[in-house]
Design a protein around this ligand. Structure first.
Ligand SMILES: [Zn+2]
Length: 333
């Protein structure tokens, strides 16, 4: 029994190895522009899946086996009406059956996902880091949108994401001798990161609860800290929290400032302002103000999940950049 399990695992590792090697060979040897187009198509298909997650997870609907359907009339969507980006254009943004408008969010998420996958491919090629970051991206976008809209982060994303991240780290440990990778050091690193981050965020959770007598963070944020740890490993995830709190407090200050100028009773005025505003940053902060429950003490709740995700991606791409600026080569001369 135990031997069979080990054999199965060995086969699995060889299979994964050949999938990676095969796609590496195919896509790293073709022209980068052609590769980008191919990866863009894959990315937009995953973008379509991300839309499914965004819609279904908060409603606690099956997101694996249940086929696509129109959220307005419930009619199942034919595959040729479900082609990323193109179907939205051909159907002129309306359901084929009930003619109700389809949210512009669908083609936007599909397009952005295609672009992000393509950019990750250009930067990393078909490598382990590419697969890990694509996976992390698939978790990132629903966390941002759902936490922003509903102020919750579904367990499927946080606990599910932690398990997936840890599984990737385990595979990395097992495959490490043949992988060229810089993200997460492997299984033990990820496991340590999960434990440390959960303890750290629980401390923040209870301290802020003790000081402010209300939730400063949600439990979703604690679980998300574990997910980020599982994917990035200990040190980069700690760096990511630094970025998160930095971004979060900057927006918090902007919100307090906006709040001071514009009395919170004039929320409806704010709504008009959002749609007429071209200033993106103030628009985002105003949306946050409108979207948040402002209690009688005039304090606001800021969904922190989006900042944690933003911090994680900043940690991935900016850490070396900042270290270069601070301790870069040119300082040696
Ligand atoms: Zn419909």
């Amino acid at each position: 029994m135990f031997n069979e399990l080990i054999n199965f695992f060995n086969d699995l590792i060889y299979f994964i190895k050949y999938v990676i090697k095969g796609s590496e060979f195919l896509l790293n040897s073709v022209d980068k522009r052609l590769g980008f187009v191919i990866i863009f198509i894959f990315g937009s298909i995953f973008g379509s899946f991300i839309n499914v997650l965004i819609y279904r997870l908060p409603l606690e609907m099956d997101f694996v086996f249940k086929g696509s359907f129109c959220p307005k009339c419930g009619v199942p969507i034919k595959w040729y009406h479900n082609i990323p980006i193109f179907s939205y254009i051909f159907l002129k943004g309306r359901c084929y059956y009930c003619k109700q408008p389809i949210s512009i969010q669908y083609p936007i998420v599909e397009f952005i996902s295609g672009i992000i996958f393509g950019l990750l491919y250009l930067k990393f090629g078909i490598t382990w880091d590419f697969f890990v970051l694509c996976m992390f991206y698939i978790i990132s976008v629903p966390v941002i949108v759902i936490d922003f809209k509903y102020q919750i982060i579904p367990n499927e994303l946080t606990i599910g994401g932690t398990i997936i991240g840890l599984f990737f780290a385990l595979l990395k440990s097992l495959l490490s001798f043949q992988l060229d990778s810089s993200i997460s050091l492997g299984f033990l690193d990820s496991l340590l990161a999960i434990i440390v981050n959960v303890i750290l965020f629980l401390i923040i959770y209870y301290v802020s609860f003790g000081v402010y007598k209300k939730e400063g963070l949600g439990f979703g944020d604690v679980k998300l800290a574990a997910t980020i740890g599982a994917f990035l490993g200990l040190y980069p995830s700690l760096v990511s929290f630094f970025f998160s709190f930095l971004f979060g407090s900057v927006l918090g200050l902007i919100i307090m400032f906006v709040n001071k100028i514009i009395n919170y009773k004039k929320v409806n005025l704010l709504r008009k302002y959002v749609f007429s505003s071209i200033d993106y940053l103030s628009a985002i902060s105003v949306v946050y103000v409108v979207n948040t429950d402002i209690d009688k003490k005039n304090s606001v709740y800021i969904a922190f999940g989006p900042f944690m995700i933003l911090g994680a991606w900043s940690s991935i791409f900016l850490t070396n950049f900042i270290i270069d600026i601070l301790f870069g080569d040119y300082l040696l001369f």
